[in-house]
Design a protein around this ligand. Structure first.
Ligand SMILES: Cc1cc2nc3c(=O)[nH]c(=O)nc-3n(C[C@H](O)[C@H](O)[C@H](O)COP(=O)(O)OP(=O)(O)OC[C@H]3O[C@@H](n4cnc5c(N)ncnc54)[C@H](O)[C@@H]3O)c2cc1C
Length: 446
């Protein structure tokens, strides 16, 4: 993809890429903070993002104090966008983001739509809110044939909830992330027999509440430390072989179980959609698959912000909206010239903390308290989460500047720890270590 630099292109103060919950929440927050000249570019024919196909409830408990369905949640934000008269161009796919050297221009954003053809905007600020897509079976390399009947869980969700098709009747689900759990219940409610949800890891990647409400309540077995090792069938899937795996996730010979089924749903992870981000040479985090950002959700490209699932995969859309609102107000502050440069502190993790967002903190005279989001890499019980200064010689035994106790942390549930502004500004180290200290041995999934 070539990079587009068009110094004659029209100026737009804020260009938001993606009209899902993140893009809409960023737009509303930026508007409420004074930005009027903005546009949301959305490649789909409607705003709302992936929530349009998530017709189950459970959305909005944190944000609105109500239990909404995905479309209802998206509609709340869509109404806020419409009430404010924020421009939304649908059917407009962004093809390229090129950094700008022009004063006051963060990037050139080039998009294509049926209505306008190809067009470029000179953006004062950009919010990246492109969401994520599902990991495909190709990435898994399961042995066997390639029959019909194998879908990603999200594709099946779209078929059932939006297009009125039933992908199959006898179902095995591989992967116990939230979409897999939700689809186990959905397929059961639509009359299918869900034989098992198999999970490679010794714990589920989904929320505890979804294991109870989507599997336990319907008597669907969750087979931890199991994976699909063989696909059977020629034209159409006829069955799968499932094997137990050892601690190194290798199938254990002799543990095979055959399930007769016509459908295999894959829920094996989400990949943030960062082709545009990489194309703009923005610094990336190899673990999250998203950009590296500071506490304002500003990327390594000044004036370009990222939020929502394109930054890191969130458990709940409520947290997506919260983060997007922060990116929106940060973009507004950038446009007013208020996001000044400062000292950068890098956040590092021990092996037990898989990643943090933000990855850096910018220290200026305006620095406020910073909430750090993180995911543990395993289940740990009775832990203390600490943030401590790393000395210049690399020794991580400096001052503890924040700590909190947790009875249990798990990879499926995002955690937070807040660092007080005073402690950040007083910190002399340029690296902080976020770690999990165990006082008891880790346990199972219960
Ligand atoms: C299949 C699936 C099911 C899910 N189910 C649930 C669930 O049940 N509960 C839950 O809390 N979360 C669920 N999620 C997570 C869900 O994605 C988030 O909760 C939330 O929708 C993330 O909001 P977002 O705006 O970051 O991303 P999205 O909702 O994915 O929105 C991103 C938007 O950006 C647009 N876009 C992408 N690239 C471009 C481009 N180049 N140009 C223009 N527009 C672009 C997309 O069309 C999309 O509308 C699911 C995710 C997937 C993939």
């Amino acid at each position: 993809m070539q990079n587009y630099v068009d110094k004659t292109a029209p100026y737009t103060a804020l260009v938001i890429i993606g009209g899902g919950p993140a893009g809409m929440a960023a737009a509303v927050a930026a508007y409420d903070d004074g930005v009027r000249d903005m546009v949301i570019l959305e490649r789909d024919l409607n705003a709302g993002g992936i929530l349009r196909q998530c017709i189950h409830n459970g959305f909005g408990l944190h944000r609105f104090g109500e239990e909404l369905t995905g479309p209802e949640y998206a509609d709340r934000y869509h109404k806020m966008v419409v009430e404010r008269g924020i421009a939304v161009k649908t059917g407009a796919t962004v093809l390229d983001v090129t950094p700008s050297e022009e004063e006051g221009i963060a990037a050139y954003v080039t998009a294509i739509s049926e209505a306008e053809g190809m067009f470029t905007l000179r953006a004062g600020a950009v919010v990246l809110a492109m969401g994520c897509r599902e990991r495909s079976k190709g990435a898994l390399n399961i042995a066997g044939t390639r029959p019909a009947g194998i879908y990603s869980a999200g594709t099946a969700q779209r078929f059932v909830n939006m297009e009125g098709y039933m992908p199959g009747r006898k179902v095995v689900i591989l992967g116990s992330g939230d979409i897999g759990l939700i689809m186990a219940r959905r397929m059961t409610l639509e009359g299918a027999e869900v034989k098992a949800v198999c999970e490679l890891m010794p714990y589920s990647g989904g929320l505890a509440r979804n294991i109870t409400q989507c599997l336990d309540d319907f008597g669907i077995p969750l087979m931890l430390s199991h994976t699909v090792t063989q696909i059977h069938g020629k034209e159409r899937l006829t069955g799968v072989t499932v094997s137990k795996v050892d601690e190194k996730r290798r199938p254990i010979p002799g543990s095979e179980i055959y399930f007769e089924c016509d459908t295999l749903l894959l829920s094996v992870g989400l990949i943030p959609e960062n082709e545009l981000t990489r194309g703009a040479n923005i610094g990336m985090d190899g673990i999250t698959g998203g950009a590296t950002v500071d506490q304002y959700r500003q990327t390594s490209l000044k004036g370009v912000f990222a939020c929502g699932n394109v930054l890191h995969v969130h458990d709940l859309v409520d947290y997506v909206s919260e983060e997007a609102a922060l990116a929106g107000t940060s973009a507004a502050a950038h446009l007013r010239g208020e996001l000044t440069e400062g000292r950068t502190i890098t956040l590092k993790t021990d092996g037990k903390v898989r990643y943090t967002v933000p990855q850096t903190v910018t220290i200026t005279e305006n620095t406020a308290d910073v909430t750090v989001y993180f995911r543990p890499s395993d289940i740990y019980r009775d832990v203390t989460v600490t943030v401590r200064e790393v000395r210049t010689d690399g020794a991580a035994d400096g001052n503890i500047i924040s700590k909190k106790k947790r009875i249990k942390v798990a990879p499926g549930e995002m955690e937070t720890i807040t660092i007080k502004a005073a402690d950040l500004t007083a910190a002399t180290a340029d690296t902080l270590l976020v770690s999990i200290e165990e006082s008891a041995k880790k346990g199972g999934n219960a």
